[in-house]
Design a protein around this ligand. Structure first.
Ligand SMILES: O=C[C@H](O)[C@H](O)[C@H](O)COP(=O)(O)O
Length: 241
């Protein structure tokens, strides 16, 4: 990954943490490479400003990040309402619909984000699109119960078109297994002009389909780090709103 992309991720993550995290907050920690910078900045603020925050992870990776950075870990049993969740995305369209799950962490991310007062997205400039699929070519991730992956693939193809591929592991024989013991299908060549809210709710009715990587009307704001070092904001909520 280029240095420009790395710096863009860092700039977006730092700006979001500075704008949206206050002492006393319950904070959702998203997953992926951009969130690593957000946790770095949060840990720095905890050390320098004696910020008191409790963190809820959205994946095994996020939990490790919280522990490694000596942040306070909590969960939805103890703290079922979050002040803010900060997470990455694979793509953000002009309506703030997201593709998430490129790293296979969509289910817990959606659960945690759905219990947060606001979801703030952090990303580099390659994720800022008009339509889903403009830039992100790996498809929409869909988490499924293993025994159902073939019928689910067939049903999605029949109803909506496109292609579905079972995501394969890299350092393990066979498919990727999520933090929840499920498989991931990646849906490509979909209709970019789809009514994503309708598609998403129809997908969620297929037995065995656990969750989709379509995050609709969930994100309050997205921060995109740009090539020139600045940060572009998309969405409506104001800092610390
Ligand atoms: O499963 C992974 C998550 O949804 C990530 O938040 C998403 O893939 C973006 O990751 P990154 O910040 O590495 O681009």
């Amino acid at each position: 990954m280029s240095d420009l992309v790395q710096s863009a991720k860092k700039a977006a993550a730092y700006a979001a943490v500075d704008d949206h995290i206050k002492s006393g907050y319950i904070v959702g920690i998203g997953s992926g490479s951009t969130v690593v910078f957000a946790v770095d900045r949060l840990a720095e603020r905890v050390r320098n400003e004696n910020l008191k925050v409790k963190c809820i992870p959205t994946s095994f990776q996020a939990r490790q990040l919280i522990i490694d950075n000596k942040l306070t870990l909590t969960d939805l049993d103890v703290d079922p309402v979050l002040d803010v969740c900060i997470d990455g995305a694979d793509e953000v369209d002009s309506n703030m619909t997201l593709i998430k799950g490129g790293g296979g962490c969509l289910l817990q991310e959606k659960i945690v984000a759905s219990n947060a007062k606001k979801l703030i997205i952090i990303a580099d400039y390659t994720k800022d699109s008009q339509k889903l699929g403009d830039q992100y070519k790996k498809g929409i991730p869909i988490e499924v119960v293993p025994i159902a992956y073939v019928p689910i693939s067939n049903k999605i193809k029949e109803r909506f078109g496109g292609s579905l591929e079972l995501r394969m592991a890299v350092k393990k024989a066979g498919p990727v297994v999520t933090d929840n013991g499920n498989f991931v299908l990646d849906w490509t060549n979909f209709n970019q002009d789809s009514d994503w809210e309708k598609v998403n709710s129809e997908l969620l009715h297929i037995p065995g389909l656990v969750e989709t990587g379509l995050f609709i009307k969930m994100a309050s704001k997205a921060y995109f780090g740009l090539k020139d070092g600045s940060v572009k904001q998309k969405g409506t909520c104001s800092a610390q709103a």
